[in-house]
Every structure is written in C-alpha cells, then in structure tokens.
Design a protein around this ligand. Structure first.
Ligand code: SDX
Length: 392
C-alpha cells in the first residue's frame, strides 16, 4: 500500500508505477495475468486470447475474440519499403540489432496517421505492433539466411502464420507441425508479460515522455537483448554447449560459485522469484513432451536436467534462493523447433510485445501518470571551485 519495497540488501525502492496487468509473488512462485494463474492460461488459452486479456483486462467472448483476431490478421503486412530498409543491414547482423532498428523505423511508416489521444487509435497502434512483430522477426531471419522475404498468410493462425513466414521456401509447400505450433503458442503465452521487468519498465519510462509507441517498443527490445534479461535464453544454449557433457556439470556448478570466474549459470536466478519461476516448471514439463512428440533426443536436455539437479542440491544456490527461470529450458524447445540460437530473444520479443503494448496502453490511459524521473543516491564530489589548467 505504501508503494515502497525493501530488498534483502536493506535497500529500499519506491514502486515505479501502479498496474493492474500482472501480479507476481516471488516467494510463493505465483504469476497471474489479470488475475488468471499462468498455469490455467497455459493449459486452456492461446497467445492471441492472452494478448487480448492483457490489453483489455478481461477474457474475450467469442465475438470479441473473432473481432480481435480479424484486426490482428489484417495488420500483419509491412510497408513494401521495409524490403530496402532491411537490405541495408550486414548479412550477419544479429537479429535483435535488426529488430531494434526496424521497430524504431516503424514510426516513419505508421506514426503520423494516428492520434494517440484517441483510445481507439492507441489500441490500433498496439494491434499493429502485435500483428507486425512476427512479420518483422521472420524477415530478420530470412534476410540472414539469404532467402527471399515471405508474406503473411491470412488464412493461418497467429503462430502458424509466423512459422510459415519463417520457414516456407519458394521451392515448395511447407508442412507445418501442429506440435511445433502448439509449443510455440505456449511459449508465447509464458513470455507475454511479467510485471515491471527491465524491458517493460523501459517501455513505460519512454512512454512517459510521450514518445510514440513504436519508439517505446523499440526501447523495450533494446533492453530485452541483454544477457541478464531476455538474452539469457540464447546464453543458456551457449552455456550448455560449452559444458558439452553431463560429466562436466559439477565443475560448471563449482565455477558459477566462484565470483572470480565471472561465470553465472545462465537461466538461473531472478530479481523477484526466490522460489521456482512457475513458467520454468511448465516449460520443463513441456520440453519433455515436445521432444518426445518430435522424436528428438537432445543431449542438452540431459545436461540441463543434471545442472538443475546439482544446483538445487548445492548450498550456494539454495541459500541464495537461485532456481531455474523462464529462460533455462525454453532454448531447448526453440532448438527442437529449428529456431536458430540467435533468434531466441527475438521469440521472447514477439511474445513480450503483448505485455509491452498493454503496459503502454495502461499508462497512456492513467490520468495521473507523469513523466518518469528516477532519482539517485549521489556519491560524487562535494561542491568545489573551478581551477585554471596550470593549477590542476
Ligand atoms: C528474465 O525481471 C523479470 O521479470 C525478468 C524476466 C521476465 O520475464 O521479464 O523474468 C526474464 O530476465 C529472467 C532472468 C534471465 N537472466 C538470467 O538467467 C541470467 C543469469 N541470472 C543472473 O544473472 C541473475 O540471477 C539475475 C540477473 C537474474 C538477477 O541478478 P541479481 O539481481 O544479481 O541476483 P541476486 O541479487 O538475486 O543475486 C544474489 C546472489 C549474488 O551472490 P552474492 O553477492 O549474494 O554472493 O546470487 C548470485 C549473485 O552473484 N547469483 C548467481 C546467479 N544469479 C545470482 N550466481 C550464479 N549463477 C547465477 N545465475
């Protein structure tokens, strides 16, 4: 109620905002989207319905969902000029670098025709972003592969359309795997929102200046890229590959305990969860199911499971309440779905756009909201007089 938090270190912080979108209880491992437990949404819902829920606060009835799905489906195309824009990147550019650039540039294509003081037009901007992220993401991948860009197919569902844009080739029809589509949809649900994480706080801070929504979401993508945040899923796969064999697991755990090593177990720990990240539990079970259904026997899964087992028995991790987080297993599923490692954080960005848009809308609709202006604890020099160069 006071809006003030005291961290384990004794440091107190003031809540950055009020929000009704997502609730997390880090000690109990609880995650609610608009009051609905993530476990129930994972079992019964789909990503587009969750995006509606996050944006509007209630689950849609059939008519509302059909209208929302129609609006998203009819805003998936990108301006044709994007083709020359994307052609300006180096062929080996990291897709997150391309995504930041292309999202920021969306303002030059779509910013001028909307009045953000109108709630309906703000929602349209949000729908445009949710609709176009998969198209842009697939374009980043195809450009890096030297493939021709692919156009969204409106007869497909949100995730199927994305997978089709990612992998279809002019040489022939793509057979979409229902297992892959269901797995991707579930991963999108689990990554859709997470309260005031670094990237969402960035979106809200940029939004508080009145910047356009495309610039806000571009800033969220930039923040997400860091390996301490959304970039962790890519870093987990690199860590598992570096460990290479279950016999090296214990030495990796020991290295992560040695501060001098600078090595951390990627996919472990969380600023808020001091218990299991509920998303990690769902993804771990899903990993076994998806790899089983796809008939994939990935040694990285064995390494990950042994790493989790070893860390959860180790006092260093137990005392610091370090558990697997959402990023620990997700990369193994993305790998099974043939998503390349450098695209993992782009997957996170597609899903989190639903949350970022919802927070931007919530903020824009809050009559009390003002420009964000975090303060600091000043540790610099006392006031002092200027000295001429020859006196220094
Ligand atoms: C995401 O905020 C969100 O909600 C984010 C997210 C979302 O959905 O938006 O959940 C997504 O970003 C998940 C986090 C992904 N990042 C990683 O998996 C990177 C590896 N994890 C860490 O770097 C770390 O755990 C953080 C960044 C997540 C949290 O870092 P903190 O704030 O330093 O963790 P802490 O204060 O809880 O650390 C307590 C102690 C420290 O040691 P001591 O100084 O007490 O001796 O635990 C140590 C840390 O050094 N520690 C780790 C560790 N994480 C923390 N030691 C080894 N391996 C780790 N992974």
């Amino acid at each position: 109620a006071t809006g003030r938090f005291t961290y384990d270190s004794g440091f107190t912080a003031t809540a950055s905002c009020k929000s009704a979108i997502t609730y997390i209880d880090g000690d109990e491992g609880v995650l609610l989207y608009r009051g609905y437990p993530i476990e129930q949404l994972a079992e019964h819902s789909n990503f587009l319905e969750v995006a509606y829920l996050l944006m509007n606060g209630e689950l849609p009835d059939a008519k509302q969902f059909a209208s929302f799905e129609h609006d998203v489906t009819h805003h998936t195309m990108m301006h044709e000029a994007f083709k020359s824009f994307i052609g300006g990147f180096r062929h080996d550019a990291h897709p997150m670098a391309m995504l930041v650039g292309m999202l920021g540039s969306m303002a030059s294509f779509y910013h001028n025709d909307l009045d953000y003081d109108d709630p309906e037009q703000r929602r349209l901007a949000g729908i445009r972003l949710i609709a176009k992220l998969p198209t842009i993401a697939a374009a980043c991948y195809r450009y890096s592969m030297g493939w021709p860009l692919s156009y969204p197919r409106n007869e497909l569902g949100y995730v199927e359309r994305f997978l089709h844009m990612m992998f279809e080739l002019p040489s022939g029809p793509l057979e979409l795997s229902p297992v892959a589509a269901k797995a991707m949809d579930l991963l999108f649900i689990l990554h859709a929102d997470h309260e005031q994480n670094a990237s969402t706080s960035t979106v809200r801070l940029v939004g508080s200046t009145g910047a356009n929504p495309y610039a806000c979401i571009a800033s969220g993508v930039a923040a997400l890229w860091g390996p301490a945040h959304g970039g962790a899923n890519e870093a987990v796969l690199k860590m598992l590959a570096e460990i290479g064999d279950v016999k090296n697991v214990q030495s990796a755990v020991d290295r992560a305990k040695d501060k001098e090593s600078g090595f951390r177990l990627m996919g472990f720990g969380h600023r808020v969860y001091k218990n299991f990240d509920p998303r990690a539990k769902i993804i771990r079970e899903m990993t076994h199911k998806v790899l089983g259904e796809l008939g994939i026997d990935d040694p990285m899964l064995d390494i990950a499971m042994r790493l989790e087992e070893a860390a959860l028995k180790d006092d260093y991790f137990v005392q610091r309440k370090l558990y697997p987080n959402v990023d620990f297993y997700s990369g193994i599923i993305y790998k099974a779905l043939k998503i390349p490692t450098e695209m993992f954080t782009v997957m996170f960005a597609i899903a989190r756009t639903a949350g970022w848009v919802s927070h931007w809308l919530e903020q824009q609709e809050d009559p009390e909201f003002k420009i964000g202006r975090p303060r600091q604890i000043y540790t610099g020099a006392e006031s002092r007089d200027y000295m001429a160069t020859d006196k220094r």
